[in-house]
Design a protein around this ligand. Structure first.
Ligand SMILES: [Zn+2]
Length: 137
């Protein structure tokens, strides 16, 4: 007797394996660290931009950072949530992340934290990806 699936699998994140949850359930970004020179990058690249080594290991990045710059995009393909709020977040250390922003108003220098959020929607439902949200002061 065949068993029919009664549950649907959750839709994969738009960012694939670039984000995951830690043991406490918090969202963390997974970047790359060069095992030869120590340079970190996000997203993870197969080649180190510092020394061209291909010895890159996956590494979880700090969850919080500082908003370096941001903007709003009002014209985008149909599926994207508009206005699309995007920005650069500097994580502790040497990694700058290009990201969607979610929630309230932003100012340069705000402390922000990574989470999962809807960045668009289509016939299959919300399209989710990592986003950064402002940490309340
Ligand atoms: Zn390197």
């Amino acid at each position: 007797m065949a068993v029919e699936a009664t549950q649907t699998r959750p839709r994969p994140l738009l960012c694939g394996d670039a984000a995951e949850r830690d043991a406490a359930g918090n969202v963390v970004l997974v970047g790359g660290r060069c095992a030869d020179c120590g340079a970190r990058a996000f997203p993870r690249s197969p080649v180190c931009t510092g020394c061209m080594s291909e010895n890159i290991v996956a590494e979880r990045l700090p969850r919080r950072g500082t908003l370096y710059a941001f903007s709003s995009v009002h014209i985008a393909p149909k599926k994207w949530k508009k206005p699309m709020r995007i920005g650069y977040v500097d994580l502790e250390g040497d990694v700058r992340v290009f990201t969607h922003l979610a929630g309230g108003e932003f100012s340069i220098g705000d402390e922000v934290e990574v989470d999962i959020g809807a960045v668009g929607e289509d016939e299959a439902g919300p399209i989710e990806c990592f986003v950064f949200k402002r940490v309340p002061k």
